[in-house]
Design a protein around this ligand. Structure first.
Ligand code: ADP
Ligand code: MG
Ligand code: MG
Length: 902
């Protein structure tokens, strides 16, 4: 071997040289084959070609120097170990060529089995198998089929058809009835198909077969399906795949042979036990292909007790070793068990919690590790209502679960129809090929959105997630015909008005209305399920892990709540206060009248009268909220939106005035309102007269709110409660704005509070970039900061969410300008930097300055980790997101030490 060439790069590893931590280099499959080999499990010998070789091939378009020689050397040692030579006519060694990237990835080249067979070695293989011609020819026809399909892109159906023809000629439906002669004939037919599509004969040279297969694996990294999948799952595009070359073992040698898959626990529920499928007299790919019916793994005990017991023993050892659910592929060749693959198995959200809990009970992992193994996205999934599925409901299509939830409704095909039916109180599902900005009103009106095209970053998916609406995208079995108002799927036609049900978590689509059941996890958070006394493993696991998250986290979690009812609910979900109580809804409903009077007031007196009428109403609202949040801080934001939002729209007023004039009625008030609306019109309301600007322009407005808050706090405290109000001034950009408001507020507070013992803090939102950049100055006047990351994102990027999310985000995601919408997850580099600057400079100016966040990012897992890193004191999010934030705040503490999550 190339002993002197010390600089030569190592591209090939024997299984004995690798281990499970080398996934970057050897891919998941290769690393785990090595790990099993080193554990002493019976893995057929083989070697792995590294991802680096693949990357080199993909950049230069040819195999890197030294690779061919290294493959040769490792092949030779494999041949020595097996005592056979690749494709030898008398006694051939056969191998499989298997792709395997760091993350398992559908869309890449699958496996080619039986490499090394040709017209001559097929005879040797038969002799090896004791004269089993049938087996040898069956193996050969499989090679041509798999090689043709995956290496040379021959359409797979052609082989399927030829196989069907052979079975028809024989008068059977079962592959096993084809005898050696039939299969020899099939090999001829397959070779013709191969030649027709490739313009060449099926390669007879074993080493050429091997090299072509390896190259095809490399190239499959950039196959379109693989590229699309990576983009969807945010897997980096430059990892490359490894290639595993494994000595063949045969499950198709007769009744004492077979192949199967096994899970060490149920990947759906997490329940302990033995789960898997077994198929006698078959090669690996038959199990997944569903050609014949598999039997439950338990039945292997009757068929081959020795192999069964051995398998159970290995399963236990693998679990103990990986300390997690493993899934396994195995083959039995004439009563001898071979392990062909293992990995830490994928699982549902429920199983992730249940298994983590069980492993703690079993002493295999500690609670930190359990917390590390679940995540907020899984918890959020478990908090949605679920479809109650029995055998009656079978999915008719499966797309991408683009925005979670379970929604049923009547099918509509246009935005207009969605709006119409929704207005009549119907639940509708908007079905489109793909959505575009014109569909926005229909998407708002619909219960759910179903598209036949597009992935997780399509317009439909992005907008639906932004709205928190259930969405299945890219259900490509659907033939959508919008003009005809129908779609067809699985041979059935669904017309406008027919009911469908969509599951935004699994991506499955059902015809008819599937009943929905509430989430046990929500019932638990609501307090109606006692984790100590119910026999529900999921609830017990969630309880346990949440308790640990709470004990671990540094960040506090508050909620955004505007009513007593929301506050109460959030508190049950674990909120430790309110981070954002918006006061504007307190100006709606029958209180609009008072707001109109306020706006139309032409004298101080009129204005004071209107404000005086609003005061007790606001106070009562605050009393209710302070009571629900007894003992916990409540941040109340002074009125934020422009006042014209409380007036009727211009068109409506214009019509009212015209109609009233026609009837000869008194139109003075309408005319005054109309004039006000005209006067207050803004080109850019988002950047207009709102927030603190209103408070400085309209005398008495903030004063009334401050008084209502202080009076409510005093009232609650006098009643024996404890109110801890924090008054938050929105949209501040300069410390002078805050100072002005604060001077007035402090006077009122001092007057109201007296000796009641109530303490009222005054702080500000940081949501204008200038505020973030001058945070050191602003902190002099603020007792706390709360980052309004929605506005900070809008103003940081210079776009308004309502206008842009539907208009171009899909394109930005497609181009990779965004990895994820900056409204979903905080933009660490830009907006996040503003947060960091403000946090650092604010704390430098006022040590101990209380810092929180009240934008929707407060409930986003990724963003919670960021806020933990920046050192905020709390995050605040909608009541439903509170448990997610608690969990992720706990996980954030562990991230520095943890491995990658799944
Ligand atoms: P995938 O990643 O799609 O599961 P695999 O590389 O694991 O692809 O192979 C597909 C099937 O072929 C599996 O059932 C596997 O167990 C089987 N297989 C792979 N290599 C061998 C081998 N050397 N001997 C016997 N069966 C094999
Ligand atoms: Mg496999
Ligand atoms: Mg704001």
């Amino acid at each position: 071997m190339a002993a002197q060439e010390t600089v030569e790069h190592k591209y090939v590893y024997d299984f004995a040289e690798g281990n499970k931590d080398l996934k970057d280099l050897l891919g998941g499959k290769g690393a785990n084959l090595a790990e099993m080999t080193n554990l002493g499990l019976p893995v057929p010998p083989g070697f792995t070609i590294t991802t680096e070789a693949c990357k080199a091939y993909l950049t230069t378009g040819r195999e890197p120097d030294g690779l061919a020689a290294q493959i040769e050397a490792h092949l030779e040692s494999l041949e020595r170990e097996m005592g056979r030579k690749l494709g030898d006519p008398q006694d051939p060694l056969l191998v499989s060529v298997r792709s395997g990237a760091k993350f398992s990835m559908p869309g890449m080249m699958e496996t080619v089995l039986n490499v090394g067979l040709n017209d001559r070695s097929v005879v040797g293989l038969s002799a090896q198998a004791g004269g089993n011609d049938r087996f040898a020819w069956d193996s050969y026809r499989r090679l041509i089929q798999m090689f043709g399909k995956t290496v040379c892109e021959v359409p797979g159906e052609e082989f399927e058809h030829a196989l069907d023809d052979a079975k028809r000629a024989k008068g059977t439906q079962n592959d096993l009835d084809l005898d050696a002669d039939d299969l020899r004939g099939l090999v001829d037919a397959y070779k013709k198909i191969f030649a027709k599509h490739t313009g060449r004969e099926f390669p007879q040279e074993p080493r050429e077969q091997l090299d072509l297969a390896i190259r095809a694996v490399f190239e499959s990294w950039n196959a379109e399906r693989a590229v699309v999948y990576r983009r969807q799952e945010r897997i980096p595009a430059d990892l490359g795949t490894a290639v595993n070359v494994v000595a063949m073992v045969f499950g198709n040698l007769g009744a004492d042979s077979g192949t199967g898959v096994a899970f060490t626990r149920d990947p759906a529920s997490g329940a302990q036990g033995i789960y898997g499928d077994y198929l006698a007299n078959a090669q690996g790919e038959d199990v997944v292909a569903g050609i014949r019916n598999t039997v439950p793994l338990q039945e292997l005990e009757q068929l081959d007790k020795k192999s069964y017991d051995e398998l159970l023993d290995y399963m236990a050892r693998l679990e103990e070793h990986y300390k997690d659910l493993c899934d396994i592929e195995f083959t039995i060749e004439r009563g001898k068990l071979w392990m062909l693959q293992t990995r830490v198995g994928k699982r549902t959200a429920a199983a992730a919690f249940v298994i983590a809990g069980q492993l703690v009970d079993e002493g295999l992992i500690d609670l930190d590790e359990a917390l590390h193994r679940v995540n907020g996205a899984q918890l959020a999934q478990l908090m949605f209502p679920r479809f109650q599925l029995d055998h009656e409901f079978q999915p008719v299509a499966k797309g991408i679960g683009a925005s979670p939830g379970a929604a049923s409704g009547k099918v509509v095909f246009t935005s207009a129809r969605a709006v119409e039916l929704a207005a009549e109180g119907e639940s509708v599902i908007l079905v489109r090929r793909e959505t575009n900005p014109d569909d926005l009103s229909g998407m708002i009106a619909a219960k759910g959105i179903l598209t036949s095209r597009g992935g997780k970053t399509s317009h439909a998916a992005v907008v639906a997630r932004g709205m928190g609406k259930t969405c299945v995208s890219g259900a490509d079995e659907l033939e959508v015909n919008v003009p005809a108002k129908r779609f067809t799927v699985a041979g059935q036609t669904v017309n406008e008005g027919d009911v469908v049900s969509i599951d935004g978590t699994t991506g499955k689509v059902y015809l008819g209305e599937v009943p929905v059941m509430p989430s046990e996890v929500v019932q638990y958070f609501e307090g109606s399920l006692d984790p100590e006394h119910i026999d529900n493993p999921l609830v017990r696991a969630v309880h346990r892990i949440m308790t640990h998250a709470d004990a671990t986290r540094r960040l506090r979690v508050r909620t955004n709540a505007d009513t007593g009812a929301d506050a109460a609910r959030a508190r049950r979900f674990g909120a430790e206060g309110i981070g954002l109580c918006r006061t504007e809804h307190m100006f709606l409903g029958d209180r609009r009248e008072l707001v109109e009077r306020l706006i139309l007031a032409s004298t101080d007196e009129e204005r004071q009268t209107a404000l005086a009428a609003l005061l007790p109403l606001q106070r009562d609202d605050f009393v209710e909220i302070f009571r629900e949040m007894d003992g916990l801080p409540v941040t109340v934001r002074l009125i934020d939106p422009p006042l014209h939002e409380f007036l009727p729209p211009l068109e409506q007023l214009a019509v009212n005035v015209a109609v009233a004039q026609e009837r000869g009625e008194d139109v003075a008030k309408e005319e005054a309102l109309l004039a006000a609306v005209r006067r207050m019109h803004e080109e850019n309301p988002m950047l207009g007269l709102r927030g603190v600007r209103l408070g400085l322009v309209i005398p008495g407005l903030f004063a009334m709110q401050v008084r209502a808050i202080a009076e409510a706090a005093v009232a609650v405290t006098r009643d024996g409660g404890s109110a801890c109000p924090e008054i938050m001034v929105p949209l501040v950009g300069a410390v002078q704005e805050l100072e002005t408001v604060r001077a007035e507020a402090e006077k009122i507070i001092a007057e109201v509070v007296g000796d009641s013992g109530v303490e009222v803090l005054i702080g500000t939102m940081i949501e204008v970039p200038r505020a973030a950049l001058t945070a050191g100055q602003i902190a002099e006047a603020a007792q706390f900061f709360s980052f309004g990351t929605n506005d900070l994102t809008q103003m940081g990027w210079g776009f308004s969410r309502d206008d842009v999310e539907g208009a171009f985000f899909w394109r930005y995601l497609e181009l990779g300008i965004f990895g994820i919408s900056p409204f979903e997850s905080i933009d660490r580099d830009g907006v996040g930097r503003l947060v960091r600057i403000a946090a650092d400079e604010g704390r430098a100016a006022r040590p101990g300055l209380k810092l929180g966040v009240c934008g929707e990012h407060g409930g986003d897992p990724e963003s919670v980790h960021f806020f933990h890193e920046v050192g905020l004191d709390y995050v605040s999010c909608s009541p439903f997101r509170v448990p997610v934030a608690r969990l992720e705040a706990g996980r954030a503490v562990l991230t520095t030490t943890g491995s990658d999550s799944r």
